[in-house]
Design a protein around this ligand. Sequence first.
Ligand code: GMT
Length: 386
Amino acid sequence: MSEQLRIGITCYPTYGGSGVIATEIGMAMARRGHKVHFICYDVPRRLDRFMENVYFHEVEVRDNPLFTYPPYSLALASKIVDVATYEELSLLHMHYAVPHATSAYLARQIMGNKAPKVITTLHGTDITLVGKDRSYLPITRFSIMQSDGVTVPSLFLKQATHDKLNVPTDCPIEVIPNFVDTSRYSPVEPQRKLELRRALGRCDQAEKLIIHVSNFRTVKRIQDVIRSFALVRKELQSHLVMVGDGPERCDAEALVRELGLEHDVCFLGKQESTVEVLQAGDLFLLPSENESFGLAALEAMSCGLPVVASRAEGIPEVVKDGETGLLADVGDIEGLAKNMISLLEDGERYKSMSEAARRLAVENYEMNAITARYEEYYRRVLRGWG
Ligand code: GMT
């Protein structure tokens, strides 16, 4: 039997893709018999039940009248030192560079030769938005280069880390894609689909159901979701289901009312799980301007939904244009609408894309296969070959 690892994981414990990936990696490692310690400011959303080998340590960011900004990075570094020392961690896996990789660096300096190895997984905006911002660039670049191993979900993000942060190409960056539990995120029989559609208030089988899932931030181009759907609605009997919440939601709801689409668009808000909504849907829409990978699109493909998306950043690596979905340029609302209409109107093409989407998810992005790659990478880094 291979040696049991003692792993510390830090992530943003929210609904975002980086938190989902971090938590699923941790749970997969625990199932393989490794001890996993989550060190976060809150319990990660997906860590919703007791699991053998999984422990949670809360980072308390205490306030003080002197602090205008309570120092989360320092509280995290202190907590890491504590957990790593008493739980004898061999490895820290930090998700999102800012400030997690920096806190790990600090913890390592404090611990000296007893310190665990550090792997940093970059997720996207930590490089494309936050990291390249001048006020964070030096510390982000430094913390990445001080890590023993660095992973990214796409070739796009690997290149961006070299180009935008000027991280030298001899600093190895491993591409390990996002993944999906294909047994859970799976297509359903027509009868079940119908039940799920009824639960969403859509009873007409002829009506096409378009799904969008995101955190409603500017990079997701929520207005493009609605404006392109408005064009589809003129041509086809269709309905748009919006899952998630965030800063753009109010404006999105206002636009829906302005366009007179209140009866055709529903906002579900944040959902613990998106599986049932995806299984009820016909097509997934993702017009983002930044997307290092697009986990939401992968989860949709795994449920057999073709994806209409923008040709942004890492998306073309995941959504194969003309095979598992159709891509348009960022901001090309007519292009997105044309792609949705052409797919939804052509039954045969739709079926072959739906099958190809599911096949791609199963063959290339299955959770057990990809988390095994993380374990191999952990062992490589522990041997000093990051
Ligand atoms: O999409 C978001 O804004 C959330 C963000 C996060 O940090 O949680 O997602 C990023 O990481 C995911 C997991 O690696 C990727 O699938 C998303 O594409 C990426 N988002 C962006 O690059 C905007």
